[in-house]
Design a binder for this molecule. Structure first.
Ligand code: UD1
Ligand code: UDP
Length: 398
């Protein structure tokens, strides 16, 4: 079985790694395509080193641009490659522009498409990622959902049971696999930090960093919080320039974007995290670190109901109040959502192999054997063979 796995931006690498490993364990030929959406060493290379991901087989070099330009560059580069490689399945992860671009190309070429992290919905279409999620799910054959709420969203949108697989969270696979390596890396000592005595901040959503008025209101809130708990802010390139020019308060220390192991170490020992990231909401839940999400909505509501996350929006007074309450309370216990157990990649690989085997059998039993070429979408590939919905969860959803 030949599988193309696509990665393009920072939050993709940790999601694709466990899927690649589990597929390779099952004897699949995995071809890793890096779209080049992120390209700085701190946004790309460091993750390959930290996570021991082998060099990509193909690098598309898409780079930065408007949404249309970036999506179009990835599509234009990916289309001939995918046609030539004729994969048995293409795996895309998450919700970035590279995910959408490769999903559209794959659907039109006719190869089966698997979306890892399907069904997440913020219901805020001003977020580019929400558009990417909706469209990617719509053209996908396999919908690999991380949580029961994602399954419920997919069902409400009319997807067939046979397409939906509740598999758990690949981000958590990678977190659990690397937590002790991260803890042993000496990150805190290098930065002169002590466990539990600092807060960690990340901001990169356009809604928070592109509008100087919004960012300008956020910074005094961070200044106020930093009087009780000094803050460390690894700055995403989208935000770095604006943060510097806005002038950071004294208690907020800006550092370059952190590598994965450094970031996990910082997250695990933080007294609190303030963020607009998607993945960080999940990691803090599993690590048992309080997380204040600087947004009005989340596509990951399970981190609110079963984790350590709170939505605090963008109002400075509300943010400060929530932070001071968190600092005054004992640290929470780690959240433990169903199937966030380090085995999501294995479940995904098992479903893909089972689906491929079933398709092969169907094709072999046809009177006249058809070509397996990815450029001729056959009506036999649309329904993966098995749905992986454990009965307990099935019960809850009824
Ligand atoms: C992208 C994703 C977002 C994800 C984030 C994770 C989309 C629509 N957005 O946002 O969902 O949360 O990645 O980090 O896909 N830049 C660099 N070096 C790099 C990459 C980017 O300097 O290696 C700068 C460029 O100025 C670029 C800007 O960052 O214009 C934004 O990059 P882009 O990939 O377009 O979006 P992100 O904000 O990173
Ligand atoms: N991350 C990192 N270094 C940083 C910030 C985040 O390694 O400086 C990791 C974080 O641990 C998580 C992922 O990047 O695994 C989240 O990516 P990001 O916040 O860029 O994107 P999002 O999840 O919001 O799409």
């Amino acid at each position: 079985m030949r599988v193309i796995c696509v990665a393009g931006a920072r939050p993709n690498y940790m999601k694709v790694k466990p899927v690649m490993d589990a597929l390779e364990e099952r004897g699949a030929q995995v071809i890793l395509v890096h779209t080049g959406q992120h390209y700085d060493p701190a946004m790309s290379d460091v993750f390959f080193a930290d996570l021991c991901i082998r060099r990509p087989d193909y690098f598309l070099g898409a780079g930065s641009g408007t949404h249309a330009v970036q999506t179009c560059r990835v599509m234009t580069a990916f289309e001939p490659l995918a046609a030539e490689l004729a994969p048995d399945v293409v795996v895309v992860v998450g919700d970035v522009n590279s995910t959408l671009a490769c999903a559209l190309v794959t659907a039109k070429l006719g190869a089966p498409l698997a979306h890892v992290e399907a069904g997440l919905r913020s219901r805020d279409r001003s977020m580019p990622e929400e558009i990417n999620r909706l469209v990617t799910d719509r053209v996908s054959d396999y919908l690999f959902a991380p949580s029961a709420d994602a399954v419920a969203n997919l069902r409400a949108e009319g997807y067939g049971q046979e397409q939906i697989h509740l598999v758990g969270n690949v981000m958590v696979d990678t977190l659990l696999a690397n937590a002790s390596r991260a803890a042993a890396g000496g990150t805190l000592a290098r930065l002169g930090l002590r466990p539990g005595q600092y807060g960690l901040v990340t901001v990169h959503r356009p809604a928070n960093v592109d509008d100087p008025a919004v960012l300008g209101a956020l910074l005094p809130a961070l200044a106020e919080i930093s009087r009780s708990c000094p803050l460390v802010l690894p700055a995403h390139p989208r935000a770095a320039g604006r943060l510097h020019s806005a002038g950071l308060p004294a208690g907020v220390r800006i550092i370059p974007p952190a590598g994965y192991l450094d970031f996990i170490a910082l997250e695990a020992s933080a007294r609190l995290v303030l963020t607009d990231s998607g993945g960080v909401q999940e990691e803090t839940t599993v690590l048992g670190v309080p997380c204040l999400t600087l947004r009005d909505s989340t596509e990951r509501p399970i981190t609110l109901t079963e984790g350590t996350n709170q939505l605090v929006g963008r109002d400075p007074d509300r943010i400060v109040k929530a932070a001071l309450e968190v600092l005054a309370a004992p640290p929470p216990r780690p959240g433990n959502p169903a199937l966030w157990d380090g085995q999501a990649g294995q479940r995904i690989a098992a479903a893909l192999v089972a689906g491929h085997d079933a398709r092969s059998q169907r094709v072999a039993s046809l009177p006249e054997r058809r070509s397996g070429s990815a450029t001729s979408r056959s009506s036999t590939h649309r329904s993966p063979a098995v749905g992986l919905l454990p009965e307990s969860i099935e019960e809850t959803l009824r």
